[in-house]
Write a protein of this length. Sequence first.
Length: 365
Amino acid sequence: MKLSALTAYLESLAPLNYQEDYDNSGLIVGNPDQEVSQALVSLDCTEAVVDEAIATGCQVIISHHPIVFKGLKKFNGKTYVERVVEKAIRKGIAIYAIHTNLDSIMTGVNARICETLGLKNTRILLPKHNLIKKLVTYVPLSHADAVRDALFNAGAGNIGNYSEVSFNTEGTGTFKGNEAANPYVGEVGKRHKENEVRIETVYPANLESKILMALILAHPYEEVAYDLYNLTNQHQQVGSGMIGELEIPINEESFLFHVKDKMRTHVIRHTKLLGKHVKKVAVCGGSGGFLLKHAIAAGADVFITADYKYHEFFDAEGKIVIADIGHFESEQFTQQLLYEIIRKKFPIFAVRLTEVNTNPVKYFI
Ligand SMILES: [Zn+2]
């Protein structure tokens, strides 16, 4: 299939506008029109992973971490980033990254950690803003149902567990077409009054062009009147970190044993244990330190993340146990997650998991 078919599907689950400002998710190397028959899935895209793609006949690498974060100014093979990009281009291998956009969804990196630890009643720890917009349009009574259907089918009207959400008020619209107009009702040059419905609904910002296209196709007027509003509402299903609960609270030592076992980590660096039972657990794969105050505010007993520095451990302040389980360890199941996502959607497309352990951190035990 075309590479764009694969990436479009991944972006329907984890849209690119869900990524953080500093991120570089998306197609980094490659042509969306190139044909691909096999993908290699990896947490990182290192030289060894590119070599593996070449050796196994994969035309695209899907990695969690983007190989390129900042602009590249020279390509003379001095750094592994330059060498990876150059080799991939020379060999015609595409590189696609699905990073903080995959972290942000309810079925992404953090959901997989929650599942692995057996957490229930999970929700996003810090929901994102500015992802939802509002559409208001004015439709003649005869076409109100058809327009609502078209908007809902294109992805508008979803709030939490509810779909087909809209608010409708009837009123009178007026318009007067000039000589060049071809009005659906009324006469050119005369003010026309029409009974209309004002339909209000919400939609995800990334679907805007699709939803406007559906509106214009379903609406009978030559000139469709509509208003688009930016909303500052949080999106409850998209954001950073997750929090969930253990079915049966256990003491802190037992919980850390559980984490060590399930997350296959050699060592957990943690703050002072508080002698309490663990019920609520906040998680963030990778560098999640910025979420500490949200984890505390949400009442988490333990915060599992990675990349903690010495001074940052002091911030626990006896209110929570910070447990740093290692960056690679916290995200290692992301490879399996991506593999399953692609497998399920494209059952006859070949996808393989990397055999390279890309963790740059080694433990001397
Ligand atoms: Zn990471």
